[in-house]
Design a protein around this ligand. Structure first.
Ligand code: IMP
Length: 212
């Protein structure tokens, strides 16, 4: 059997590693998570776009590991908030103290529901965006990276629905299915989501990028 090419996905989340490992294996690639590379410490994501942050992370990991690296950055863009929280989605409510027993995800949702109070249905449009970047060691110019994105259009609910998923899933309505992202199974969400879309785009573009 031919040797698989090892690439690193810049995450400690084994779920994300599995999502990418399966489709890339068919292309002769083995995907490893950062758990296998303890020498990679925290990477400061100080970009102002999803693509900036994905490139910063992928390049940092490629430099340290000497392997081709892939990173993603994602978030929620709400039209009524001029695209906020965007790249700051994970830290959106950092200016608010947590209630007793509240998680940061729940606090983010509490802030979003409050900011969207009074916005009519027609103005509640939003999208999740995911950008993935792949970088080869030594080839750090932006044009040498493979950069792909996926978006998932939806609407912000006035209250939580469902308990699956993470982050803003309970207040993100997929209008076509009529259910929130937190009411979907993992497989259903992967079939429709920004991440699923970006992963499929990466897999499609991978062979030509590697050959180029
Ligand atoms: P990350 O780039 O995957 O770490 O995502 C950044 C933040 O965006 C997360 O902490 C969530 O708040 C939000 N986010 C990204 N993707 C999703 C999703 O699929 N569902 C809910 N929230 C998400």
């Amino acid at each position: 059997m031919t040797q698989l090419r090892r690439v690193v996905l810049a995450t400690h989340n084994q779920g994300k590693v599995r999502e990418l490992a399966e489709p890339l294996k068919a292309l002769g690639v083995e995907v490893l998570g950062l758990g296998e590379f303890p020498e990679v410490g925290d990477i400061i994501e100080d970009g102002t776009t999803f693509a900036d942050n994905a490139c910063i992370k992928a390049a940092a990991v490629a430099r340290i590991t000497g392997l081709t690296s892939i990173a993603d950055d994602s978030g929620l863009e709400v039209d009524a908030l001029n695209g906020r929280p965007g790249v700051y989605s994970a830290r959106y409510s950092d200016d608010m103290p947590l209630l007793e027993g509240e998680t940061r995800d729940a606090c983010n949702i509490r802030k979003l529901i409050a900011e969207m109070a009074g916005v009519p249905d027609s103005g509640r449009t939003a999208r999740f965006v995911c950008t993935m970047a792949a970088v080869r060691p030594g080839l750090y110019a932006r044009e040498q990276a493979l950069i792909v994105s996926g978006a998932w259009e939806g609407r912000i609910l006035a209250e939580c629905r469902g308990t699956n998923g993470f982050g803003y899933d309970p207040v993100f309505l997929d209008e076509e299915l009529g259910i929130s992202a937190a009411e979907m199974t993992r497989e259903q969400k992967m079939g429709r989501s920004h991440r699923g879309c970006a992963v499929r785009a990466l897999v499609r573009a991978w062979p030509a990028w590697l050959a180029g």
